[in-house]
Design a protein around this ligand. Structure first.
Ligand code: PHE
Length: 351
């Protein structure tokens, strides 16, 4: 007969984790009484086997539970002993610890949220892995449309891709909330590109404003206000140049008059060149139809641009690729101190 109490007492008596392991082997191991008893079950008639099997199981479970309980109490004894032997010196000074910096991309995103938040835009978000409908189809890129080629794309399967533009969120937001709507969206987008001003992953900001009387004049005013606030200057000479996007009609690219010297951007009427800064246009009636918004009743504009590009221009950063290398020296040069940055929470409310 197995003496359950004796087994439990041996476990309780174990003073260290090592003793406990020995007690476990003695109680449950291959040469334990319990193992031997379990082996005899096979030869017993069924009725007896069931009864005896149940009895043995009760013993095993009790022993296992006792081992677990003893183990956790021994572990805490060991941890407490270690802590007592090596008390932490909480008076150690932090001098010399390096302070982190805010990445210019985070800084610029916070600035954008602030500016558009003040203009009444709410924030909307979408997934990085998008389906063909939201990234292309609903935005009026038909399956064979040549404009798809200009966004050399990372497909995951026939219907899913890493989104090439944040315009997908226009579609998602209007499918969900219809019109009127006034949102911005920011996030990662992906294209097969790689040079000093293009990376396979970059960030875009996109705005969408649909209402009953939203016109191209509102688009121009909105972009002008934005550019003045972002570049912190009172005069931003701006030119809307005809362009083509499948999802806007008419479409424009927006150029600003400026000079870039030694990485420094000077915006103003005396600038030496026009610099492309944004894509924009009036949302195509077919796009509105695709999301169930009546184009006879509603109209509006959308605009979009790269956040890296905005950061590079404003803060004189020459090579986009360095932004993603995680080099602490780069960040200590181009980064911002935490106190300088308005927080996201102070900006616009999430949708
Ligand atoms: N999605 C366009 C691009 O990635 C930019 C854009 C957004 C243009 C909104 C017009 C309106 O090139």
């Amino acid at each position: 007969m197995i003496d359950k109490n004796k087994l439990l007492a041996a476990i309780e008596a174990a003073g260290t984790l090592k003793d406990l392991e020995a007690a476990r082997v003695a109680a449950l191991g291959k040469s334990s009484e319990l193992a031997a008893a379990l082996k005899t079950l096979g030869a017993m008639p069924e009725v007896e086997r069931k009864a005896r099997g149940a009895e043995l199981n009760v013993i095993r479970e009790a022993v296992e539970a006792a081992i677990e309980a003893r183990k956790s109490s021994l572990e805490s004894v060991e941890i407490n002993a270690k802590l007592a032997a090596n008390p932490a010196d909480v008076s150690l000074s932090y001098e010399g610890a390096r302070r982190g910096k805010i990445h210019p991309l985070s800084q610029v995103q916070d600035e954008l949220v602030q500016i558009f938040g003040r203009m009444g835009f709410k924030m909307a978000e979408g997934p990085d892995i998008e389906d063909d409908w939201h990234n292309f189809g609903a935005l009026n890129f038909t399956p064979e449309h040549p404009a798809r080629d200009s966004q050399a794309t990372f497909f995951i399967d026939a219907d899913h891709l890493l989104r090439t533009q944040t315009s997908d969120v226009q579609i998602r937001a209007m499918e969900e909330n219809g019109a009127p709507i006034k949102i911005i969206t920011m996030g990662r987008v992906y294209r097969c590109d790689w040079d000093a001003t293009h990376c396979p992953m970059f960030h875009q900001i996109e705005g969408l404003y649909i209402g009953e009387k939203v016109s191209m004049a509102n688009l121009k005013g909105c972009l002008e206000d934005f550019l003045k606030a972002f570049f912190e200057t009172d005069d931003v000479p701006m030119k809307l140049r005809p362009h083509y996007f499948p999802f806007t009609e008419p479409s424009v690219e927006v150029d600003i008059r400026c000079t870039i010297e030694n990485g420094e951007l000077k915006i103003g009427p005396n600038g030496k060149r026009w610099l492309e800064i944004l894509g924009a246009g009036m949302v195509h009636p077919q796009v509105l139809r695709n999301v169930g918004v009546d184009p006879e009743k509603y109209q509006g504009f959308a605009f979009g641009t790269g956040i890296e590009r905005l950061a590079m221009l404003k803060y004189g950063i020459p090579d986009m690729r360095k932004m993603f290398e995680g080099d602490a020296r780069w960040l200590s040069y181009y980064g911002f101190d935490a106190g300088d940055v308005p927080t996201l929470a102070a900006g616009l409310s999430r949708r």
